[in-house]
Design a protein around this ligand. Structure first.
Ligand SMILES: Nc1ncnc2c1ncn2[C@@H]1O[C@H](COP(=O)(O)OP(=O)(O)OP(=O)(O)O)[C@@H](O)[C@H]1O
Ligand SMILES: [Mg+2]
Length: 456
C-alpha cells in the first residue's frame, strides 16, 4: 500500500520504500521468532538424545544457511569436547562417517586452556566466535579443519561458533557452523542476525539436552535401584538355605566323633544338602524372573507350597526346638507360586529369630489354610511373644528392623508385601493374646495372607 507522506513525490517514493523494507524485515523477524518457538516446542518434546542433537544442528544450519555444522558436548570428566553430530550438505554422509573424529582436549599437557581451538575457546569463555575465512585468520589452530578439507576436497571458509548454555548457565557444549551460503550458493560470512537467533536456539537446545540427559540418568538410576533390590532379595532368601547347609556340614564331624558316620548318614546328608542347593539355584531364577515385568500369573495349590517349605526348613527348625502345627486343605490360588513360598519362609524365619531372641520355651508355629468365596487365606501364628503395638504398623516398611547390626536388614516383610501386592493380595499382622490368661498376656503374632483364589 502506498502512502502520501508529503507533498513531494520523490520523497514519498523514498519513504514508501523505507516503510516497505521495514515491514518486510519485521515480518521476516516475526516468522523467525514463530519458527524458533515451534522448534523450541519440538525440542522439548523429543525424548531421544541422538535425535534431539541431530534436530538442533539441522535447525541451526537452516536458520543461518550454513552448509555444514558440528555439535560438540562436553564429556562427563570435563576434560574433552566430544563430536556428537556432523552434518554437511556437500559431502556424502557415508564419507563423513569414514572420518575418525577425535575429541577436542579442553586443556593442554601443561594444564593451560586449549584456546587455539575455536570450539574449546567458545566453550570455556561462553563467547560467540565469528571467523570470515578459516584460511585467513591468526591465533587459532585449524589443523583439523584443514586436514578434513584435504581428505574430503571440501573448502571450509566462514565459521560461526556458539556455546550452548542451559538454564543453570552451565555451558554444556558448542554448535559450530560452517560456510554460510547466500541465495546463489556463494559462501559469505555469518552476521549479527545469525548470532541472535542461533544463541537463542542454542540455549533452548541446551535446556532440552540437559532435560533428556537428566531423564536418562533417572532411568539409569531406577534400573540400578531395581538390580540392587533384586540382589538384596536374593541375598536375603539365601540366608536360610546357607544356614541349613552349614548345619548339615557341621553335623559331619559330630557324627564322626560319635562313630556314626555311616553310608546311610552320608546319603541322607547329601540329599538334604542337594535339596538346599537346588533351592539356592531356584531362588536365583525365581527372583530374576520376578523383577522382570510381564511375568504371567499361574494357578497353584498353597498346600503343596507349604509342603515344599517344610521340606526345606524342617531340620533347621527341629534343631531350634520349633514344632509346626499344620492345618491345611488343598486351596488353589492365582499368582506366583515360587514367590509365595518365599513369603512363608520370611514369616517363619522371623518367628525363629523371635523365639531365639526371647529365649521362648515350647516353641510353636501354627499354619492354617482357609478360603472364602474369592480368597485363599493363609494364617501363620507363633507364640514368640508378639510385637510391640507401637511398631506394629512399621514392620512392612523397607529397612525396618529391630535386630541388631548384622542379624537383620528389614527386607523380609517389605519383600513379602511387595510380592503379595503384585499378586493383587494383601498381608496383615496382629498380636494374639493368651486366652487362658484373660487375654492379658501377649502370646505371639499372627500373619494373614490373602490372595485371589484360583479358578478351579
Ligand atoms: N514373629 C515375629 N515376632 C516378633 N517380631 C517380629 C516377628 N516378625 C517380624 N517381627 C518384627 O518385624 C521386624 C521386621 O521384619 P523383617 O522380616 O522385615 O526384617 P528383619 O527380620 O528384621 O530383617 P531381615 O528379614 O531383612 O533379615 C523385625 O525386625 C521384628 O522386629
Ligand atoms: Mg526377617
Amino acid at each position: 500500500m502506498k502512502h502520501n507522506f508529503t507533498e513531494h513525490n520523490d520523497l514519498n517514493l523514498v519513504l514508501n520504500s523505507v516503510v516497505n523494507e521495514i515491514s518486510l524485515f519485521s515480518q521476516n523477524q516475526l516468522n523467525k521468532i514463530k519458527e524458533l518457538n515451534q522448534i523450541g516446542m519440538a525440542l522439548s518434546a523429543e525424548r531421544n538424545l541422538d535425535k534431539l542433537l541431530d534436530m538442533i544442528l539441522f535447525q541451526a544450519r537452516k536458520f543461518t544457511g550454513a552448509d555444514a555444522g558440528t555439535l560438540y558436548l562436553k564429556d562427563s570428566t570435563f576434560k574433552k569436547l566430544n563430536f556428537q553430530v556432523i552434518q554437511n550438505d556437500s559431502i556424502d554422509t557415508l564419507n563423513l562417517n569414514k572420518i575418525h573424529w577425535t575429541p577436542l582436549n579442553l586443556y593442554k599437557g601443561n594444564g593451560s586452556e586449549n584456546r587455539e581451538m575455536v570450539a574449546v575457546l567458545s566453550f570455556l569463555t561462553g563467547e560467540v566466535i565469528h571467523i570470515d575465512d578459516v584460511y585467513d585468520v591468526d591465533g587459532f589452530n585449524f589443523e583439523g579443519t584443514k586436514k578434513f578439507d584435504k581428505v574430503t576436497g571440501y573448502k571450509s571458509k566462514s565459521m560461526f561458533v556458539v556455546p550452548m548454555k542451559n538454564s543453570f548457565n552451565d555451558t554444556i557444549g558448542v554448535v559450530q557452523l560452517l560456510n554460510k551460503k547466500d541465495k546463489n550458493s556463494k559462501i559469505i560470512p555469518f552476521n549479527q542476525e545469525d548470532k541472535d537467533l542461533t544463541l537463542s536456539l542454542a540455549s533452548q537446545a541446551a535446556i532440552s539436552i540437559t532435560r533428556v540427559k537428566q531423564e536418562e540418568l533417572l532411568i539409569q538410576q531406577s534400573k540400578i535401584a531395581a538390580v540392587c533390590e533384586m540382589i538384596d532379595a536374593i541375598a536375603h532368601q539365601w540366608k536360610q538355605p546357607l544356614n541349613a547347609i552349614s548345619m548339615y556340614i557341621s553335623n559331619i564331624p559330630l557324627q564322626y566323633e560319635l562313630g556314626e558316620l555311616n553310608k546311610d548318614f552320608i546319603d541322607r546328608n547329601t540329599l538334604r544338602m542337594n535339596g538346599q542347593i537346588e533351592h539356592l539355584v531356584n531362588t536365583l531364577d525365581e527372583f530374576k524372573k520376578f523383577f522382570r515385568p510381564n511375568k504371567r500369573k499361574q494357578e497353584f495349590d498353597i498346600k503343596e507350597i507349604i509342603k515344599t517349605v517344610m521340606l526345606l526348613v524342617k531340620d533347621e527348625f527341629v534343631s531350634n526346638d520349633i514344632s509346626f502345627i499344620i492345618n491345611t486343605n488343598s486351596v488353589k490360588a492365582s499368582g506366583f507360586a515360587n514367590e509365595y513360598k518365599h513369603i512363608i519362609l520370611n514369616i517363619i524365619n522371623n518367628s525363629k529369630d523371635a523365639f531365639n531372641e526371647k529365649n521362648i520355651k515350647n516353641r510353636e508355629i501354627m499354619i492354617e489354610l482357609k478360603s472364602n468365596k474369592d480368597k485363599a487365606i493363609l494364617e501363620i501364628s507363633d507364640n514368640a511373644g508378639g510385637i510391640n503395638e507401637d511398631i506394629l504398623s512399621n514392620i512392612f516398611d523397607a529397612n525396618f528392623t529391630t535386630k541388631s547390626d548384622n542379624s537383620g536388614t528389614g527386607i523380609g516383610l517389605y519383600m513379602s508385601k511387595t510380592i503379595i501386592h503384585n499378586m493383587n493380595g494383601e498381608i496383615f499382622v496382629k498380636n494374639i493374646y493368651d486366652s487362658s490368661n484373660d487375654c492379658k498376656v501377649r502370646k505371639g503374632v499372627k500373619f494373614i495372607i490373602e490372595v485371589p483364589k484360583g479358578n478351579k
